[in-house]
Ligand binder design. Structure first.
Ligand SMILES: Cc1cc2nc3c(=O)[nH]c(=O)nc-3n(C[C@H](O)[C@H](O)[C@H](O)COP(=O)(O)O)c2cc1C
Length: 333
């Protein structure tokens, strides 16, 4: 039985995690800062640590950063583990961060890319849960083979690396696995949230909506651009990481950089030997470019990631206020 008045809010996901509102503030490089993670968790959703953002953009020692967040809220927080085994030093660092997070009491991990089996092993041993980001059936099967507890279905409206399928198509493709499914992408208003829960999703993961919050450390210029943007202003650019990423079509993106990777880069990205090197170069460059753009208050560095959920975002608000409004809408639905 649902507690009185919880309506659509009590789901397999909220029961597994012991949280009140099925809203995840998705990990965002370079936008996730400790105050945002803590504010979302404190309001009853769950905030997700992005370890590179925490250490490289916001300059926290990893363990001290996690402790800082745990000092801001006593409620559960999660962490994003981006699985990338092609670089040994990156893999070692991510493993160390995961171990520290578990030592510090983090019990919810979201894996992206690759095979999450080694993460699941560690997290289950500590009594935690792992959800895996997927854009299609093939990746879901890798996650399920690895033993994950839930799937995050990243659709074609998402910010960051968007999928290719709609929320409905992904639900139809993945519901048969009988794991809790989270809808990621395109949720920017209360009706979007309620519609995802009605569709059968056990929760939503929102990114773009939480950039336009008081707690997010991104510049005011970036936040205002999200509020001002319309759905048609969101375009895919290969210039950041070599694979398409959703960005706001600002003058820099459209005129100066263009949307396609250059011919040489594309050729190198396809080559069996050169593709890892190319990806590493892209990654290093993009980490720096995105960090600079997100913190620059002049607005001149307008290389800003955002998804189509900008359509429903009309103000910069406290993160907790957004959670409370969305929860109220779902209770009344
Ligand atoms: C600026 C930005 C950065 C992101 N960085 C990451 C990341 O580092 N790791 C990750 O797994 N997902 C990342 N994402 C995806 C989000 O966690 C989330 O799935 C997505 O934003 C949902 O779509 P929405 O923006 O329409 O709400 C990012 C999204 C945005 C907008």
């Amino acid at each position: 039985m649902s507690p009185a008045g919880s309506g659509l809010l009590e789901t397999a996901f909220t029961r597994q995690l012991g949280i009140e509102v099925p809203i995840i503030c998705g990990a965002m490089y370079p936008c996730t800062n400790p105050e945002l993670v803590a504010a979302v968790s404190e309001a009853g959703g769950i905030g997700i640590i992005q370890p590179i953002s925490l250490t490289y953009v916001y300059r926290h020692d990893f363990r001290a950063g996690v402790r800082h967040m745990r000092g801001l809220t006593s409620k559960p927080i999660g962490m994003n583990v981006l699985i990338e085994k092609s670089s040994k030093s990156y893999h070692e660092k991510m493993t160390r961060w995961l171990d520290i997070a578990l030592e510090e009491g983090v019990r919810f991990i979201i894996t992206s890319l690759g095979k999450p089996d080694w993460v699941v092993k560690r997290v289950h041993a500590a009594g935690g849960l792992v959800y895996h980001d997927v854009t299609e059936r093939k990746w879901a099967e890798k996650g399920i083979d690895g033993g994950v507890d839930g799937l995050i279905a990243v659709n074609n409206r998402a910010g960051g690396h968007a999928g290719t399928l709609s929320a409905q198509e992904l639900y139809a493709t993945l519901a048969g696995y009988k794991l809790p499914l989270i809808c990621a992408g395109g949720i920017g208003s209360e009706p979007d949230f309620v519609a995802a829960l009605r569709m059968g999703y056990a929760g939503v993961q929102m990114g773009t909506r939480f950039i336009a919050t008081r707690e997010c450390g991104a510049s005011e210029a970036y936040k205002r651009a999200i509020v001002a943007a319309q759905e048609q202003d969101i375009v895919l650019s290969e210039r950041i990481t070599g694979v398409p990423v959703s960005v706001i079509a600002t003058p820099t993106v459209v005129r100066r950089l263009g949307l396609k990777a250059g011919f040489l880069a594309r050729w190198l990205l396809r080559g069996r030997r050169t593709k890892h090197l190319m990806r590493t170069l892209y990654t290093l460059r993009s980490l720096w470019q995105l960090k600079r753009a997100s913190l620059d208050s002049s607005g001149d560095n307008d290389y800003w990631q955002a998804g189509k959920s900008v359509a429903g975002i009309h103000a910069i608000e406290p993160a907790g206020e957004i959670i409370r409004r969305y929860a109220a809408a779902a209770r009344q639905a």
